[in-house]
Design a protein around this ligand. Sequence first.
Ligand code: UDP
Length: 240
Amino acid sequence: VQGETIYRRVLLKVSGESLQGSGPDAIDPEAVSYIADQIIDAHSRGVEVAAVVGGGNIWRGSAAERRGMERSTADYAGMVATIINGLALQDALERRGIITRTQSALPIQAVAEPYIRRRAIRHLEKGRVVLFCAGSGNPYMSTDTASALRALEVGAEVLLMAKNGVDGVYDSDPKTNPEAVRFGNLEYLDAVNRRLEVMDSTAMTLCMDNEMPIIVFDIFERGAMGRILRGDVVGTTIDD
Ligand code: UDP
């Protein structure tokens, strides 16, 4: 399938939720394998793939804060959670023979490389998959914001927002409103102003200010990722 792509380098946001699949545990090995297969499919097309791994399946700082925990500490715990997910995904990729480098925004030398932008780019150029963990390394931020940031830093052409069971951006919640309509295309400002639940506004405005196109899609829809890489219209595209 080499060459069947319009992209040279992409940044994939893998939410913690997608690694949970529909299983009862925080991490479902089958879901992790499936996500790894999607990355490998892209890699086999010659696309350089970097992924930011979320942590919401294990821990969310905002939820812990609501239960009384100090916010920054809660957020650091959330960043640590993303490292656990990163290791699971790294394992699934390497078991399939894909050379993977995991970089962490928080120093944790024994398990992951530190985040070094130029080294990450070098890994990508050498055909390695790069996983970014620990978000941005800062509390009060999300892995969505980290995705926008890393996409810009490594020069990705698109930010692929992989969702678990939702195939794009709707004008209302499709899980509760059967009349909900999916957008094919959205402008950044619309997404921000309508407070659509795509990503938090910090992440969205970072993409808007720096013209990073976003594609929101359901990674569990078979073949969706491959179609995006071929240039087909899938899910919702957000740009200007
Ligand atoms: N987090 C943070 N700074 C970051 C990225 C993440 O503090 O730059 C923390 C935050 O508490 C967040 C948690 O890590 O709730 C897990 O990340 P996120 O909720 O973005 O994961 P996802 O929803 O993508 O699974």
